[in-house]
Design a protein around this ligand. Sequence first.
Ligand code: SF4
Ligand code: SF4
Length: 595
Amino acid sequence: MSKKELLLGNFAVARGAYEAGATVATAYPGTPSTEITEYIAQYDKINSEWSTNEKVALEVAIGASIAGSRSIVSMKHVGLNVAADPFMTVTYTGVNSGLVIAVADDPSMHSSQNEQDTRYFGMAGKCPVLEPSNSQECKDYTKMAFEISEKFDTPVILRLTTRISHSQSIVSLEDRITDEEIISRPYDKNPDKYISAPANARKRRVIIEERLGKLQEFTNNPENNLINVEYNDKAIGIITSGASYQYAKEVCPNASFFKLGMVYPLPKEAITEFVNNCDKVYVIEELEPIFEKEIKSWGLYVIGKEIFPTIGELSPEIIRTCLKEAGELESKSLVTYEVQEDLPVRPPVLCPGCHHRGPFYILKKLKLNVSGDIGCYTLGGVPPLSAIDTTICMGASIGMAHGFEMAKGKEFAKKSVAVIGDSTFWHSGVTGLIDIVYNKGNSTVIVLDNSITAMTGHQENPSTGKTLKGDMAPQIDFVALGKAIGIKRVVEVDAYDLEKLEEVIKTEVNAEEPSLIITKRPCILIKGVKFEYKDLQVNSEKCNGCKLCLRIGCPAISFNNETKKAEINKSLCVGCGLCVDVCKRSAIELKEKKD
Ligand code: SF4
Ligand code: SF4
C-alpha cells in the first residue's frame, strides 16, 4: 500500500501502533494525548480500553507485553506521575513483546496543572525516549519504538508535546505487518526477570547500565535513523528535537542542524563531531536544559538557556527574538519577518446549562471551604462562581478535605467539602474516601456525576455503562460503593434542584460522620440531553437589575448597561432553568414548554 493522508500527530501514533502489529492498547484520557487511543479503538485488531487511571493502564500493558503482545499505553505528562511506580520497575524487568509508553507533555500548560518534561522520567528510569517532530515521524518512531523495545529488552517512551500531538502533516501509510509476522511471543514465565525482589533487581540494575551503553551506540549510528545531521552554513549549528526543530528550521533555514530522534540517551560521539565542525552551536529545546547540561558536561561549548526561555512553549518568534538579542540578527542563517499575534482572548467557562453550576452556586452561597479536583468543574474556581479553593492533582480533593479536618478539627470539617467528578473519582478519588472512613473522618464529599469524562472530549468511564469500543459494560454504582465501604450517609440529588441541593449540603456538612453526596445529571453536551423549556426571556418590568442571576456565571446571561436589565442570549441558552430559580423577582420567564 502506498497511500498518503493528512494526519494529526496523535492519529499517526495510533497508525504506527497498528502497522507495527500491536494487539493491546490502554490509556486514561488526558489532553493532549487522548486521541491516540480513540483512534486506536477503530482498529478491530487492537484490543483497546480506557483504564481507570494511568497506573492501571501501564500495568495492563506490562501484563500484555509479558504475555506476548506488542502493547502501547498512552497518557499525558501528569499521568506518568500516577504511573511512576510500575514505570520505575518495568525498566528493571524489561519486556517480552514490545512495550511503548506514549506520553504527551503540555508546554505552556494549555490544559494542565503544571509543566513537566518527560525526558526527566526517561533519565530517572534509564528508559530510552524517542521524540518525533511531525506526524510522519510520529508513525515511524512508534514503529521503531516497538523494535527498540524488543531489541534492547526495555520499555520505550514516545515523548510528544501538544504541538506535535495536535498538528497535522502528510503521512505515508503502510500495511500492518501480517498476522504471521506479528511478534506474538509465548508467555514469558521467567520469575528471575519479572519478580523484582532485591536479589533479582540487583542483577537487573547492572543490566540496565549495560543496556544504556548499547542504546548510546545504537543512536550514534546514522543508519538507525535516529539522528539527522544537515551541514549548511557552519557559522551557526543548532542541536534540537521535536517541535523546536520545526520552529528553528523556519527561523534559520540556512544554519547547520543536528536533529535528535532519540532524546535519551544522547549520541555523544555524533554530537561531539557536530559541535567541533561548527563555529558556534545553539541548543534549542523546549522546557528543561537537558541536552544542554549533558553536552556541557562533556566539556563542549554550546549556548542554550543563557538566551532561550525555560518556561513555556517555544515558537519561531521567540527563537528569532532570542537569537536577535544574542547578536545573530545579521547572520545569513537567519530569516527575519514580523508576526502579528493579536487574537482576542477567550477565557474558559462552564457551558451554558452545565450541571456543575448549581452545586457551585450553593457552595459559594454557603461560604464553605471547597477542595476541588481536575476536570471541567475546575472552572468552578473562576469568577463569578469562585467556589473552589484548591486543585492539586487528579483525586486530591478528597484526601485534602481530610487533611483540612486533621489540621483544624471537626468543626472546620463542618465548613468544608471535597468536590470531584465521576471519572476523577474512579481514577484516584475512591482511595481517599476509604481513607476518610478508615481514619474516622467527618468530611463531606460531593461527586458531580455527569456520566462522562467530559473535559477531554466525552470518553466512557466506569459510571457510563459503556466501554471504549462502545460495548455495554457494568455501570459501577456510587451509592452501592459508598455504602459498601462503610459510609452510612449517601445521598443522591438532582443538580438542578437548588432548594434541595442547599438543604442536603447544609445537613450533610453538619452530620457527625462522613457523607457522600452525588449530584446527578448528564453533561449537557451528551447527545440526546434536552431541557424542558425554551424561549426564556427577562421581563423588563419585573427585573430590577440586581444582577443576582449573573452570579451563576452562565455565558447566556449578560447585563445591559443602558437599560440596566439582565438579558438572555437565546442562541446560547439551552433552557436549563437555573437562572429562573436564582432570580428572586421571578423576572426570568419560561414562555413555553418544549414538546
Ligand atoms: S436576578 Fe432577576 S431581577 Fe436580578 S438582574 Fe437577574 S433577571 Fe433581573
Ligand atoms: S436557562 Fe438560564 S442558566 Fe440555563 S442556559 Fe439559559 S440562561 Fe443559562
